[in-house]
Design a protein around this ligand. Structure first.
Ligand code: ZN
Ligand code: ZN
Length: 274
C-alpha cells in the first residue's frame, strides 16, 4: 500500500497532529517535535507522550517522520554551532525512540565555503557521534537543492555520507523539488535509474513530494503545490510511472493555503499515483 500525507502542525501538542492528519485522509505524516526555530528541544510531557503513543496504535497513520529543526548545521566549521547541532540531533533521536517514531529526516547543512569534502567529513563525523547505538530510530539523509555551499545535493555525495556513517539505522529522504533544482530531471527514465543504481530504492524511506517554483537546475529551494510548478502534472505522472517509484512513502511540504487545497492536492496525488 502506498502511503502519503503532509507535514502537519503540532499546535496544541504532538498528539494533535494525528487528528488533523486523519481528518484530511493522510496515511502517513511528518511533524516537528517542537518549534523548528529554537536550539533547544522542548520535550513533551509524559501525558502528551502517552496520548501520542495511544494514537500510534489506534490511527492507521504510519510511518511517522520527524523533520529536524532549521538551525542545526552538521556541516558547520564553527565549533559551537557544530556541537549544538550534535546535541539537539541526539536529543531528537532519543525523544523519537520514546515515541516509537522510526525516522528522523536530516538536512545536511552548509559547509560555509570550506569545501565539499570538508563538509561531507564534518557531517559523517557528526552523525557518527549522534548515532552511538541502535535504538530503532533511523536518520534519513535528505538531498538538498544545490544551493551554494550546501552538502548532499548530489547523489554521489549522499552515497559517500551514507557509506561512511557507521550505523545500520540510516537511509535517505529524497525531495523531488530539490532533485529538480539540483538539475536531476525526474521525468527522465535514466535519471530515475541513476537514483536507483547509486543509492538504492530500498534505502529511500520517504519521498518529499514537492513541485518546484523555478526551472530545472535553478539551485533554488522553493516548493510549489503539486502540478502547479515546473515539474507539473505531466511531469509527476511520468515520475510515478517509473518502476518502483509508486511503491514509496510520500510526504508533501507544499505551500497550500487551506484544507480545501489540501484535499484537492491529495486527491490529485492519489490519482497520479494509481
Ligand atoms: Zn527537509
Ligand atoms: Zn525544500
Amino acid at each position: 500500500m502506498v502511503r502519503f500525507g503532509y507535514h502537519v502542525s503540532i499546535a496544541g501538542g504532538i498528539s494533535k497532529s494525528f487528528d488533523y492528519a486523519s481528518e484530511i485522509g493522510c496515511t502517513s505524516m511528518q511533524i516537528f517535535l517542537s518549534s523548528p526555530r529554537t536550539w533547544a528541544l522542548e520535550r513533551s510531557s509524559p501525558e502528551e507522550k502517552r496520548r501520542f503513543l495511544d494514537k500510534t496504535t489506534t490511527c492507521d497513520i504510519k510511518p511517522i517522520f520527524v523533520h529536524m529543526p532549521y538551525l542545526p548545521n552538521m556541516a558547520s566549521p564553527k565549533e559551537e554551532v557544530y556541537e549544538k547541532s550534535i546535541k539537539i540531533m541526539s536529543d531528537i533521536i532519543e525523544e523519537c525512540a520514546t515515541l516509537s517514531i522510526p525516522y528522523v529526516v536530516a538536512h545536511l547543512g552548509s559547509e560555509l565555503g570550506t569545501g565539499k569534502e570538508n563538509g561531507i567529513k564534518r557531517v559523517v563525523s557528526a552523525i557518527n557521534k549522534i548515532k552511538k547505538k541502535n535504538n530503532g530510530v533511523s536518520i534519513l539523509l535528505e538531498n538538498q537543492a544545490g544551493q551554494k555551499n550546501s552538502v548532499g545535493s548530489y547523489l554521489d555525495d549522499l552515497k559517500e555520507i551514507f557509506d561512511n556513517v557507521n550505523t545500520d539505522e540510516k537511509g535517505f529522504c529524497i525531495d523531488t523539488c530539490h532533485l529538480f533544482a539540483a538539475g536531476y530531471d525526474i521525468t527522465k527514465k535514466e535519471v530515475i535509474e541513476e537514483i536507483r543504481d547509486k543509492i538504492g530504492f530500498d534505502n529511500i524511506k520517504v519521498i518529499h513530494l514537492n513541485d518546484a517554483i523555478y526551472e530545472l537546475g535553478s539551485k533554488r529551494d522553493r516548493h510549489e503545490c503539486i502540478g502547479k510548478g515546473s515539474i507539473g502534472v505531466e511531469g509527476f505522472k511520468k515520475f510515478f510511472s517509473f518502476k518502483g517509484v509508486n511503491k514509496m512513502n510520500f510526504i508533501l511540504e507544499t505551500p497550500r493555503e487551506d484544507k480545501t487545497e489540501e484535499l484537492e492536492e491529495l486527491s490529485l496525488v492519489k490519482k497520479l499515483i494509481s
